[in-house]
Design a protein around this ligand. Sequence first.
Ligand code: MN
Length: 596
Amino acid sequence: MDVDAGHGAALGRALPKPASELTIGRRLRSFLSFQGNDDDPVTVLTRTHRAIHPSADAGVLRRSYAIAENMHRGQMRKSGDPYITHPLAVAQICADLGMDTTTLVAALLHDTVEDTSYTLEALHGDFGPEVAHLVDGVTKFDKAFYGKAAEAETIRKMIVAAGKDVRVLVIKLADRLHNMRTLDARSPASRARIATATLDVLVPLCDRLGIQALKRDLDDVVLYHLEPDSYARIDEHVRNRPGWDDYLSEVKAKAQTALRRSRVSAEVTPRPRHYYSIWKDTVAGGHKVPFDLPRIAVIVDGPETDCYAALGAIHGQWRPVAGRFKDFIASPKNNLYRSLHTTVTGPDGRLVEVLIRTETMHDYSEYGVATTYRYPKYAQDAEASGADQLTWLKRVLDWQQDTTDAAQFLASLRCDLAEAQITVFAHGHAFELPSGSTPVDLAYELGPQKGDQCLAATINGRLAPLSSQLRDGDVVEIFSETDGHVELEPNAPRGPRKEWLGFVKSSQAQLQINRYFDEKNEPGISIADKVRLGRATIGLTLRKHDRGLASEVPLRRLAEELGYPDLETMLVAVCERNLEPDAVVEQLIALVDHPD
Ligand code: MN
């Protein structure tokens, strides 16, 4: 366990090492060297990987590095470094997280299919279906085919691939982290654009997957690019905190004594905040100087109930600050994070933040979905498995069946990621909804039909307007047209109402209501929309066959062969279902695979 790692260290930020360490490293390496090659760039990667997974196969890492190096040879990064330094760094980030060999192989090869002549088929042949799936999941769609939609389509494709294998997202996040760390060669405008895009989708995704070790580093590098002055000020503050270490040692010693008195076996460690989190609290509180409370983590060596015993010991030692206690064990966050939080008035009347958790909780709070890869011991552990994050991912994927438009999918994803969640109870089950949700959101969560036919609701036993905002813990009952005991006035309107769109919060409800009205008012769609929808439909159908198109040429040829005046007319036919997308795609694949 590495509680002390704090900011950045968990992922081996590339800080220059002291000379002595380098010397020992080299001596050790030549002592252990089985390849007899001291400059082997895969050595560090292999060593990191083997330290966590001792029986891992280093040969396949070497083989995938060799292919990646060969394929990228001659390519340079904007910084002037050889391209291969990038996939190697991405694999290193994955190794530091404790990911498995397959992830590292895919990370080394992640840009080959997109940027070199290496094909997905060749990759599949050389490294098997798992690596091929992972690399394909992070490969961008061609701008030539998807035009402006390429970016949104790429994100959707990645999410779909992650639904089958969440390691896709881990590689993508590591990729972005390294790209963000090497943005200095870019113009300020493109740095800001990339940082904003990262903040927009990838950081919230990382948060939802619970990989705090990675999210801290992403947060900080985003802050560095978007708020360079604030970053510098916080950096200055963190480097010069007089008496800080002595103070924390005193807190630690007193906390340990208090815990021992209460017979709680626990480890106490200083737990510094990362830069972004200091910045956020500083801005939120309107402080003139960086606002940064000393913080400790208490990791109890025992069952969950020991956390509360530890809390009692800490509160017995120092007076808790009212309103600052949070129990994320009884009510976990939506990303598997579990912990007790409290703030106490510590020695000298200074405020100190305290986190209390078990070792298992700590592992999950650091590594989220990556935990079972890092610590295979948890793979068996159903209670602690990463299932929750994957349930969320599966739900996100449910929308994509209802959205033909990638931009709309992305908007929904963004909205879902940004929202705080509430839990409400209905029909004996708990449901997670974005905060600010209404009974209509809940009705659509119960199913599209239940939503469309929703008439009335009670909240905690009382009849309430459908637009009422639900609160955490509310017990809700939904009444719909098909419930026998609801008496309908003969002229009462049926189906969803347009005004619902004014208050629903969840993506699910928005999509379903839009779908209902789209089906009713088809003539409203413009030709341009139909072309776009036709194109997206073909894209989706191609993906069902695990295929994509690198250019529009085959599409244009097919349109010609089928007797359409141009490609656009064929796409409209697909949108209107005068032409079956499955048939089009079959013919397309035949055309590409057998060009004559
Ligand atoms: Mn890359």
